[in-house]
Write a protein that binds this ligand. Structure first.
Ligand code: ZN
Length: 134
């Protein structure tokens, strides 16, 4: 069911000041930058072998990423597990008593279908389930 760690989400204040570390120091290929309006973030994906790094820059103070940075500073925000049949996985998690933040999948960066688990059910780790469609 879990295919791999699809990506690791990292909250940053600005992509502009953070990206050079990943692209110039670590030499990771930049796969693209896009704005996800529904989540009020600008997202940069970097390729780190089989896994990606997702840098999340808030575009509004209302963004959950802005609130995260305000409370905890920049840093690792979530771990995304690649799955198939995300609807089934959500149902399965519910049956196993795991609290989901998203009861239904929503559309995230790259058009992926995503759903977050509640950190109270995962020992404090924000876990995203992520299914690439098409
Ligand atoms: Zn993510």
């Amino acid at each position: 069911m879990i295919k791999k760690v699809d990506h690791i989400g990292i909250a940053v204040r600005t992509l502009e000041t953070t990206l050079p570390f990943y692209t110039d120091v670590l030499n990771l290929p930049l796969l693209g930058i896009e704005e996800v309006e529904s989540q009020k973030v600008r997202v940069a994906f970097l390729k780190a072998g089989e896994t990606k790094l997702e840098l999340l820059e808030p575009t509004s103070e209302e963004s959950t990423i802005a609130k995260f940075i305000e409370n905890r500073g920049e840093g690792i925000h979530h771990v995304a597990l690649g799955v198939d049949s995300i609807e089934k996985r959500i149902k399965e998690m519910n049956e196993k008593g795991i609290r989901m933040i998203d009861k239904e999948p929503r559309i995230g960066a790259g058009g992926a279908h995503i759903a977050f688990m509640h950190p109270k059910s995962t020992s404090g780790v924000l876990v995203e389930l992520c299914e690439k469609k098409g």
